[in-house]
Design a protein around this ligand. Structure first.
Ligand SMILES: Cc1cc2nc3c(=O)[nH]c(=O)nc-3n(C[C@H](O)[C@H](O)[C@H](O)COP(=O)(O)OP(=O)(O)OC[C@H]3O[C@@H](n4cnc5c(N)ncnc54)[C@H](O)[C@@H]3O)c2cc1C
Length: 388
């Protein structure tokens, strides 16, 4: 059987559905081909089930890319306010959490339901459980599946990255880009917990569950948020954020007492200079178990002013050398991807292959934690959808 459309969108996740809605609303006959048995599985598990669907303070600086300017145009033309307007049109209750992050009050199902209903209104044809065998290009694009052949002059690749293989992530998008001669920036797991080296693991990991406010920094970037100790290393928002910038064998600096002075009390001659007093001061700033453990591992070399000042410095720059990350199984995003030099920043169309578009996470644009990855999916999807 042969199906003919104006545009074929591969992947029914956040970016693919937004693209389908925009193109469908403009009268294009659009098909979404989705490998899974249902659309938007990642939307459903996002934000702890409540989908952090955008961020009020979205700026180009919240994205990593080999070309930091690439995302600006799409982000300016489809803003958080545009997506919020859609959410409000569907009367979906939501709330703002810290740092401008917007979440559903009820469930991520509300966002997926909204996208599905917009697709239905725009007469988008959805083909779930579609196993794509081959893509070729004759006078138009041809997508071969076991049962049928789909044809269209435009092909939009929205198949996401490599994160969370157990819900169906594959290298399909990168493979297709290579097939058509487009360059790929090597992907790596982003927003992912870090695994500590053996020594640090044996020193700290029995404190799994303990969390504290830190500044984590690496490669000229820093994030002030919570850090969480895990059974194998470190996680929590500060660590997830910095993980996107970390590459083995770099080190990461962690300020365990941001904006605080730990040894002030010892400037008073009345304060005894001993471990008990020092523990008391550290426990005012860090959770007690972490304070004690930190001091066990990093006792002052002496009780001189100089040694205490050194300890203060060390506390603001705990240097760790992670042995790795928890990998794509736990990564919230895949950084790297289709090289932005290959694409038009306005439409996401390939510069080399007319009618071929890449949108969403498969592109080398990766957001920080906090709703930015969905905002990129909406914005890049809308950019392509409006160009079809
Ligand atoms: C646990 C978790 C929580 C997250 N929470 C948030 C959050 O709260 N806020 C935020 O901004 N970001 C969050 N993210 C990131 C966000 O989900 C992604 O960046 C976003 O979904 C990317 O959208 P996409 O459409 O490019 O890809 P995806 O949403 O991954 O969609 C790709 C689609 O393509 C389909 N597909 C794959 N291969 C094929 C193929 N060969 N043929 C046909 N279809 C195929 C997939 O099944 C999938 O439906 C989270 C990610 C994870 C893993």
């Amino acid at each position: 059987m042969i199906h003919s459309f104006d545009a074929l969108i591969l992947g029914g996740g956040a970016a693919g559905l937004m693209c389908a809605i925009e193109a469908g609303q403009r009268g294009r006959r659009v098909a979404v081909l989705e490998r899974a048995d249902r659309l938007g599985k990642k939307i459903l598990i996002s934000g702890g089930g409540r989908c952090n669907f955008t961020n009020l303070h979205c700026r180009p600086e919240d994205f990593l890319s080999a070309n930091p300017h690439f995302a600006k145009s799409a982000l300016a033309r489809y803003t958080p306010a545009d997506f919020i307007a859609l959410v409000e049109k569907h009367r979906i209750p939501y709330h703002a959490k810290t740092l401008g992050q917007l979440f559903c009050d009820r469930s991520a199902r509300d966002i997926l339901g909204m996208l599905e209903s917009e697709c239905a209104d725009a007469r988008v044809s959805i083909f779930p459980s579609t196993n794509i065998l081959k893509v070729s290009r004759e006078d138009e694009f041809v997508v071969h599946t076991a049962e049928a052949e789909f044809r269209a002059p435009a092909l939009i690749v929205a198949t996401g990255g490599l994160s969370i293989p157990k819900i169906g992530a594959t290298s399909f998008g990168y493979d297709l880009a290579r097939q058509f001669g487009l360059k790929i920036r090597d992907p790596w797991p982003g927003l992912v917990p870090l695994v500590l080296n053996t020594d640090d693991r044996s020193s700290y990991c029995d404190l799994a569950g303990v969390s504290t406010d830190v500044i984590a920094s690496c490669d000229g970037q820093e994030f002030r948020e919570k850090m969480l100790i895990t059974h194998r290393g470190l996680s929590g928002p500060a660590i997830l954020q910095i993980s996107s910038y970390w590459k083995k064998p770099q080190t990461i600096q962690i300020d365990l007492a941001p904006g605080r002075d730990v040894i002030t009390a010892f400037r008073d001659p009345a304060t005894p200079r001993n471990l008990t007093a020092l523990r008391t001061e550290f426990r005012k700033i860090l959770p007690s178990r972490l304070a004690d453990r930190w001091l066990d591992a990093n006792p002052p070399s002496a009780w001189t002013n100089q040694a205490l000042a050194d300890l203060e410095r060390q506390t603001h720059a705990w240097t760790i050398t992670p042995s790795g990350t928890e990998g794509y199984e736990k990564a919230e995003v895949t950084a790297g991807g289709v090289d932005t030099d290959e694409l038009s920043a306005k439409t996401m169309e390939s510069r080399k292959v007319r009618g071929l578009y890449f949108i969403g996470e498969v592109v080398d644009v990766t957001g920080h934690l906090g709703g930015f990855n969905f905002q990129w999916a909406w914005a890049s999807g809308a950019a392509a959808g409006r160009a079809l």
